[in-house]
Design a protein around this ligand. Sequence first.
Ligand code: PEP
Ligand code: MG
Length: 571
Amino acid sequence: MSMINGIAASNGIAIAKAYHLAVPDLSFDKTTVANAEEEISRLDAALEISKKELEKIRENARVSLGDEHAEIFSAHLLVLADPELINPVKDNIRNNNINAEAALDETATMFIDMFRSMDNEYMKERAADIQDVTKRVMAHLLQVSFPDPALIDEEVIIIAEDLTPSDTAQLNKQFVKGFTTDIGGRTSHSAIMARSLEIPAVVGTKSITSSAANDVMIIVDGMEGTVIIDPTEDELATYKAKQEAFEQQKQEWAKLKNEPTITTDGVHVELVANIGTPEDVTGVQNNGGEGVGLYRTEFLYMGKSELPSEDEQFESYKAVLENMGDKPVVVRTLDIGGDKELSYLQLPKEMNPFLGYRAIRLCLERDDIFRVQLRALLRASVYGNLKIMFPMIATLEEFRQAKAILLEEKDKLVADGVSVSDSIEIGIMVEIPSTAVAAKQFAKEVDFFSVGTNDLIQYTMAADRMNERVSYLYQPYHPAILNLVHNVIEAAHAEGKWAGMCGEMAGDAIAIPLLLGLGLDEFSMSATSILPARTQITKLSKADMQELSQQALTLSTADEVEQLVRQKTGQ
Ligand code: PEP
Ligand code: MG
């Protein structure tokens, strides 16, 4: 056996066979062939296997993720069956006596380039579909395996260099017991999604793909951040016991499911959840969430081949609001960019995507996309307790512009006789240091703040949240961060507004006493963190934590802060 250390990304213990999700090498040589018909038969066979696979994937996606996600595979099947693409490939083989790989590549590339160059979103999407399908057919021609998360039908732990959020969205919990990657950090989006799926995960191991062979037994300890490859009988027994203890602990926590979160000196704080899809609401309810503090709507836009329509979005927002009843639901408008790509928007590659064209920056420029989302939200607002927040706000002008667009769409809807709630709070995420520093000015105009520490920490410490080499700089307890958070809360309260936090820091056991002391009103976290946080907070006194946090603000390092918290709270 051997043990590899990484970053603990999602709690729990998984024990299963390793499944490598590698991008296959699809390189080939162009050759002249003597028998063109033989090449055409090879092509037909590859098309046929690809078709069967795609049908299976579509069915799996329909069952585990719903019709919406399955649609993309229907588009792929249409490409496979399209004579306007397939016949030219065959003609190319016959006319030029070249191998099927070369003919497929040349013909598909020609179509892809042609569709891409058109000034038409629909055709651009078709280019992306052709590209995806061509890769699959090519893999079959070359007889290399083309691993596919949606095809898995036995218990495995996924091993990959990285998982994109859309790979993660395709994972079926029934079979995928855990995952572990070479790169990534605790706040990369695949890690965040693992927590909402409640799949144990260890990321940023640097070397798991080169250390664990396909099919070897592995253990992922998502609490310690370790992966054990080919465990001994003793180790298996130890981890099975740990797995059981974790299940028991969960039952203990569950006792507080329907209780409010009140400190020993009688102060109530709100514990709400971060969600990515309407289906995640079940997890919020099962874990005793008092609302939704962050609905990451970008997942609605991902894993498909085109922008979601206004009606489609309306249905999702309405479902979340209705299911949450009168509990607050904070919906964040589209935050695409950074590690969340939308291939069909064909955005140019950037040197520093986290510092680039993302979130509100993109929405203000592409207000055609933004307005559709806002209209869907406004229409859904009458079905529950909706609050809207804008991501990545750096300047007051951005907030004013976004709010003005929202109000314009509201006026239009009202003029058309559509009912819209009159009590929607409009707030911002505080993710950019300038906004945290200037919170006083923002507080006069926004209804609330929600501190997004995943980004706020990466920008304050200048350390890419996806880069495991600099992950030591993800320091939520650093006095610099605490001072920024303190400033935001004070600014909100001075204007009678509320301040929440929806970055991962809000669910961190060391940070919680500090945030409580700093006066945070709302803690929004992965649903599975809510009950442990409630258990913790109900044992703390707010007055004591105020004293603790004031002292923490004056310390010099994150380490000193952590020691102080441990000493005062006995953790
Ligand atoms: C954050 O930045 O803290 C946040 C909650 O947003 P995201 O993780 O989606 O960037
Ligand atoms: Mg963010």
